[in-house]
Design a protein around this ligand. Structure first.
Ligand SMILES: [Zn+2]
Length: 493
């Protein structure tokens, strides 16, 4: 049984979808006017893992993520660039999809754009006006009347009167109440995108789109609504007020909110100038490392980003891949018959028998990916103790254990969306990243190896040792095998 922390009740609850076997899920998507940063990638990576796990657990999943393709920020960017709102949003939808492909994130079932759903939005606003939840100002702006919705604040646990005290709303004669928000905005300049409506030319406000598109693709009531904690108020609160105000049916049953990615404990934001674009991170490191880092903490906790953290995660990921690589190489060898089983073999075997239950229990407990990764490291450590033990001999039993380990990891990779890279290619990539970080090139290492061989021929052992020690300090270990010298990057510690 899956348990989720529901922001609506503030409690951990048993997850029971409204239609047996089917999960309907909505996650707020990007406003397409820029490349996404790694903080934006956190909900994308996490809710993809949620959908993968729900499918793994036997549910059919219908997932919707919207594109906000009409917005002040898009219009502003178009004005700066001397292009159109459509051109800007189309460009960044393409860039967003490229990032999603690089991260191997499964495309949602539906990815609707606001500009394709103006009819649905207008009709939802008309219903809200009819039901007394919205009103029209003299210049054709339509506002939602927050006080008309009794339950306003039930998600973020904010009371309307408290909100008013802290509200720094400029006096606006058009609004009847400072808390009211815009559902339809009249066109202000002739180059602004605008559509015909019963209230004149204009465009939808931000919040109404999610209500209209969730209802269209998932129905009045659905199962999971996801998004960042920073969206809880006002955006998600407003989504509830609009949707339930119009349909009188409960909107989403479970609200799941991921916490923020921080940068030395500060929020990652453009104004603080501490933005790491997803694309830049992938270019400098890898998509795999970003996904691994983003699921390394529980989704409801903040995750602090620093290059030091990233280096640690790089080493940890490396350790897993090296073990996968080792197991892949060993299982193709012929085992010797018989042979006593070591205590290390027994310990790893025992762990492998409980591994599937362990990680699924952790996922069932509010998608605790951090705990799952803890089990992976334990598993890897036990497998390494087994195969790295002095005098290790591959027996049939040992080979079977390695096969089970590989199949367990492949199954987990399909859910977590990490550990699924081909090991050879991945290790080569990691090796080159490591050399780059040490300011080394493979050619330099080979040159030094030549020089050392020459020095040894000339009985200059001091010079030969210096070369070996200097390389070792940079994490490069030399191994003399007969007349050959091989090198290995010790990037996993
Ligand atoms: Zn939304």
């Amino acid at each position: 049984m899956i348990q989720v922390t529901n922001s609506l009740s503030g409690k951990k609850e048993a997850f029971v979808p409204q239609v047996p076997g089917l999960v309907r899920m909505y996650v707020c998507g990007p406003t397409v006017y820029n490349f996404i940063h790694i903080g934006n990638a956190r909900p994308l990576v996490f809710f993809d893992v949620v959908a993968r796990y729900l499918r793994f657990a036997g549910f059919e999943v219908t997932r919707v993520m919207n594109y906000t393709d009409v917005d002040d920020k898009i219009i502003q960017k178009a004005n700066q660039e001397g292009s159109s709102s459509e051109a800007v949003s189309e460009k960044y939808i393409q860039e967003f999809q490229t990032d999603m492909r690089l991260l191997h994130i499964e495309p949602p079932t539906h990815q609707p754009k606001v500009t394709d759903h103006i009819t649905e939005i207008i009709s939802l606003i008309e219903t809200l006006i009819k039901k007394g939840h919205a009103y029209i100002s003299d210049d054709g702006e339509v506002f939602y009347s927050v006080r008309s919705f009794e339950d306003y604040g039930k998600l973020s646990k904010k009371r309307v009167d408290d909100l008013l005290v802290g509200a720094r709303v400029a006096p606006d004669e058009k609004k009847k109440d400072p808390l009211d928000f815009s559902l339809w905005k009249p066109q202000k300049a002739p180059n602004e995108p605008a559509w015909k409506s019963p209230w004149g030319l204009g465009r939808p406000g931000w919040h109404i789109e999610c209500s209209a598109m969730a209802i269209k693709y998932l129905g009045n009531s659905f199962d999971i609504h996801g998004g960042g904690m920073d969206l809880m108020h006002p955006h998600h609160e407003n989504e509830i007020a609009q949707s339930e105000g119009a349909t009188s049916a409960p909107f989403a049953k479970y609200w799941l909110h991921n916490n923020m990615l921080t940068f030395q404990s500060e929020k990652m934001s453009k104004s603080l100038g501490n933005i790491w674009l997803t694309r830049d991170f992938i270019e400098k490191y890898s998509a795999e490392l970003l996904k691994f880092f983003l699921i390394s903490g529980h989704y409801r906790s903040t995750l602090d980003f620093s290059e030091g953290q990233i280096k640690d995660h790089q080493s940890a990921l490396q350790r897993v891949y090296k073990t996968l690589d080792k197991a892949n190489r060993l299982i193709v060898l012929s085992p010797t018959s018989g042979g006593a089983s070591s205590a290390e073999y027994q310990a790893a075997l025992k762990f492998s028998e409980t591994f599937t239950n362990k990680w699924q229990e952790a996922m069932n407990d509010d998608f605790n990916t951090a705990k799952v990764l803890g089990f992976v490291f334990e598993y890897v450590k036990l497998i390494n103790s087994f195969v790295d033990k002095k005098g290790f001999v591959l027996t049939e039993d040992g080979r079977n254990l390695l096969k089970i380990f590989l199949s367990h990891m492949a199954q987990l990779a399909s859910v977590l969306n990490v550990f699924g890279e081909p090991t050879d290619a991945f290790l080569t990539q990691m090796k080159s990243l490591f050399l780059k970080s040490q300011g080394l090139m493979e050619a330099d290492i080979l040159k030094l190896i030549e020089e050392r061989i020459e020095a040894r021929k000339n009985k200059d052992f001091k010079r030969a040792d210096t070369i070996r020690d200097e390389l070792l300090q940079k994490g490069i270990e030399l191994m003399d095998k007969g007349t050959q010298t091989e090198w290995e990057a010790k990037f996993t510690g």
